[in-house]
Design a protein around this ligand. Structure first.
Ligand code: PGA
Length: 248
């Protein structure tokens, strides 16, 4: 466990403006943040430059999505090269809102993962089952299939964080219990051991997302295979600091 640095990402989604994000950034810049936690804030693409210019350098910046090629006639899209040009180091790919609101396929997500990694961006790769899949008992099948497509597109796992985000827990206030999160994380690590390597299974951070709050983060963080969080709603509030410090 000590091998894996605790990782906390804030996913601002399509929220905020320069005024409110500026206030959040000042709160984060002046907060006491546990040194042993890697912190990344995912800003809307139009605010990547703003976030990078204003956030303290100890906090990294991520984009929330990108396209699968470097440039061209793809109106409305952004490339990993542009994200890097704005000083951001990470991108979230395969988020459930991209999968289920915008209809992104596993195949497209895989292509994006490959291109982002080739361009030296770290990738927060998201997977997770829907409520009906959990109720039908197919959680493992679903998350293994999603992970498989990601794995086929990764050469070096050093720049990948895997985010397990059950769709039924995202933005709903229904957090997975620490036992439910641990169970899936442990199985995902075993999947990595069987299908990739021992080294990757031991070193890849598997983070949990879905209604993480200042109140529930410590118990979730105490689970052996929970290596951090991807936080939506609570990342826009001062309690994000408590989540960053969940293992402090
Ligand atoms: P939530 O979002 O914390 O608001 O549930 C998590 C996410 O979508 O990454």
């Amino acid at each position: 466990m000590a091998l894996r640095k605790f990782f906390v990402g804030g996913n601002w989604k399509m929220n905020g403006n320069k005024e409110s994000l500026g206030e959040l950034i000042s709160t984060l810049n002046t907060a006491s943040l546990h040194d042993e936690t890697e912190v990344v804030c995912a800003a809307p693409s139009i605010y990547l430059d703003f976030a990078r210019s204003n956030l303290d350098p100890r906090i990294s910046v991520a984009a929330q999505n990108c396209y699968k090629v470097a440039k061209g006639a793809f109106t409305g899209e952004i490339s990993p090269a542009m994200i890097r040009d704005c000083g951001a180091d990470w991108v979230i790919l395969g988020h459930s809102e991209r999968r289920h609101v915008f209809g992104e396929s596993d195949e497209l997500i895989g292509q994006k993962v490959a291109h982002a990694l080739e361009n030296d961006l770290g990738v927060i790769a998201c997977i997770g089952e829907k409520l009906e899949e959990r109720e039908a008992g197919t959680t493992e099948e679903v998350v293994y299939a999603q992970t498989q497509v990601i794995a086929e597109n990764v050469k070096d796992w050093g720049n990948v964080v895997l985010a397990y985000e059950p769709v039924w827990a995202i933005g709903t206030g229904k957090t997975a219990t620490p036992e439910q999160a641990q169970e899936v994380h442990e199985k995902l690590r075993a999947w990595l051991r069987a299908n990739v390597s021992d080294d990757v299974a031991d070193s890849v951070r598997i983070i949990y997302g879905g209604s993480v709050t200042g109140a529930n983060c410590r118990e979730l963080a105490s689970q052996g295979d929970v290596d951090g969080f991807l936080v939506g709603g609570a990342s826009l509030k001062p309690e994000f600091v408590d989540i960053i410090n969940a293992r402090a």
